[in-house]
Design a protein around this ligand. Structure first.
Ligand SMILES: [Ca+2]
Ligand SMILES: [Ca+2]
Length: 264
């Protein structure tokens, strides 16, 4: 549940007067009648987020928790914290194929893209893998679901499959150059009505307009760093780093993608 912070002005005033002691508190009165109390000394940042279409967000800053407010926290399987694209320690995850490393999130209705719905997935990634398909984000069950990955030529792609009779969608895979060059890149893949696009570092590099898409809903887990194809063992393990994974139940605008790209 997202808490609407209505008394943050109390916080601003408290901070504005200078010294924050361990006893200073922020008190939030909820519409439900409840009260939530926080020690100001424990608060790092306060963010007002009315974008309920951001269904899951993984900043990977010290853990794999979901920062969207929806509680879709990740479970880490062998991935290790490492420096992010700014060189700050413990703010991204390293995945080793040798360790079969991945992060999983339990299935949730919020992650199910229904018939006709748009969606977007944005990530930061780094890899030097050659000649192998490696998967960054997958909710593919073997029968349905989306997947964002880097193919054997080092090209970023997004596709999804819905159950018969329609089958495969997207697969946008052209003109985006290899992203397996050992540099950090931001990949954004999305569907807006029947148009699929993929973006590298905030620039659209692929587009395909195709048939309407059925429901991608399934009961499988969401995984980062591999594909599960609905079965264990996992495969197509990521080798390298992943960070700042955001999943939206709508398409993003170019300005929003630029905003993500320039976010620190
Ligand atoms: Ca991070
Ligand atoms: Ca589901």
């Amino acid at each position: 549940m997202k808490i609407r912070i209505i008394l943050a002005v109390v916080m601003a005033v408290a901070v504005g007067v200078g010294v924050v002691s361990a006893e200073d508190q922020m008190i939030i009165k909820l519409k439900s009648g409840g009260v939530a109390t926080f020690s100001l000394a424990d608060i790092d940042t306060i963010k007002f987020d009315d974008d309920t279409t951001l269904v899951a967000h993984y900043p990977f800053n010290g853990n794999a928790d979901d920062a969207s407010g929806n509680g879709l926290n990740g479970t880490v399987h062998g991935a290790t914290l490492t420096a992010d694209r700014f060189g700050i320690a413990n703010r991204a995850y390293h995945f080793s194929a040798q360790d079969s490393a991945y992060i999983s999130v339990e299935d949730n209705d919020l992650l199910d893209v229904r018939e006709g719905e748009d969606f977007a997935i944005s990530i930061w990634m780094r890899t030097t893998v050659q000649d192998l398909e490696i998967v960054a984000v997958s909710k593919y069950s073997g029968g349905s679901g989306p997947q964002l990955f880097v193919d054997t030529s080092g090209t970023a792609r997004i596709w999804a499959r819905d159950p018969n009779p329609r089958g495969w969608h997207g697969g946008v895979d052209f003109h985006n150059g290899p992203v397996n060059d050992g540099e950090w890149h931001m990949l954004t893949g999305m569907r807006r009505r029947s148009v699929w696009t993929i973006w590298v570092d905030g620039r659209q590099t692929g587009e395909i307009d195709e048939q309407s898409m059925g429901s991608l809903a399934n009961g499988t887990i969401l995984v980062f760093g591999c594909s599960n194809f609905g079965n264990f063992p996992m495969n197509a393990y990521w080798e390298g780093e992943l960070d700042d994974i955001s999943i939206y139940r709508r398409a993003l605008t170019e300005a929003e993608i630029q905003g993500l790209f320039n976010q620190r």
